[in-house]
Design a protein around this ligand. Structure first.
Ligand code: ZN
Length: 245
């Protein structure tokens, strides 16, 4: 390799998006579809109480294909991995019938220790097999629930560990890392216009309680759990900023 080519940014042609069917990962999927000719998606089934999320994944993928034909050509295989083992090593309100509360550690009891470490490791194994270099995930430090496995440093350390451990150059792309929820709505608007914002409102799922009965301006949910509160606050700021322009 010459000095000139060694400074050349490698041309990434494919990406694997960690896709849960929520607002953040759907925005990440649109981000990837704008950038990469081939995009595949990966979800995990770990007995989450909001298994309605797994249904939302399929609906969002279908709607993306229907409403955005230029993205449909790029959207490849969807993968779903069974991670029931996570429910066996954790006891949280996501997998058991428990009330939400903050733990003395300062973390919400929805925290599954190391969950993202496991997700990224499995994503890398799949990406390796599929010949994919870029892994896209919607982790974020800004609207931070205190999950240490969502931190930027954790992602950078994982990128190095996975690249070394599999002897394959992975790039972990985190487009939401430094933006808040209002900016995530704006990013969706920039990527796919009002059509994408409408799709996200109507079809993505965020609510921890799996509520698809109560419709708000920002979408479906109980309106009271931490995930709904975060989504609602971000929407209000996004709409408020737009009307002040
Ligand atoms: Zn909720």
């Amino acid at each position: 390799m010459t000095a000139a080519t060694s400074h050349h940014t490698p041309h990434h042609t494919s990406a694997l998006v960690l896709f849960s069917g929520g607002q953040d990962s759907t925005t990440c999927l649109a981000h990837a579809l704008e950038r990469f000719p081939r995009v595949e998606t990966l979800g995990f089934d770990y007995g989450q109480r909001h298994s309605v999320e797994l249904q939302a994944r399929l609906v969002v993928l279908r709607e993306m294909r229907e409403r955005f034909p230029h993205w449909a050509d790029r959207l490849g295989e969807d993968h779903l991995l069974d991670l029931a083992v996570l429910g066996k090593v954790s006891e949280t309100s996501l997998t058991r019938d428990m009330a939400f509360r903050m733990e003395s550690s300062g973390l919400p009891n929805t925290f599954v220790p190391g969950r993202n470490l496991l997700f990224l490791t499995l994503a890398a194994a799949l990406a390796y097999r599929r010949g994919i270099q870029v892994i896209v995930t919607g982790v974020c430090e800004t609207d931070f629930s205190g999950y240490p496995d969502c931190r930027d440093d954790t992602m950078k350390a994982l990128q190095v560990a996975l690249s070394l451990g599999m002897d394959h150059r992975f790039l972990i792309d985190t487009p939401l890392m430094w933006i808040d929820k209002a900016a995530t709505w704006r990013l969706a608007e920039n990527l796919g216009g009002q059509a994408l914002v409408d799709l996200i409102v109507e079809h993505t799922h965020t609510c921890y309680l799996g509520d698809r009965e109560h419709r708000h301006a920002w979408g479906y949910g109980c309106g009271r759990c931490p995930a709904c509160e975060l989504r609602a606050r971000g929407w209000e700021r996004y709409v408020g900023e737009a009307s002040n322009l």
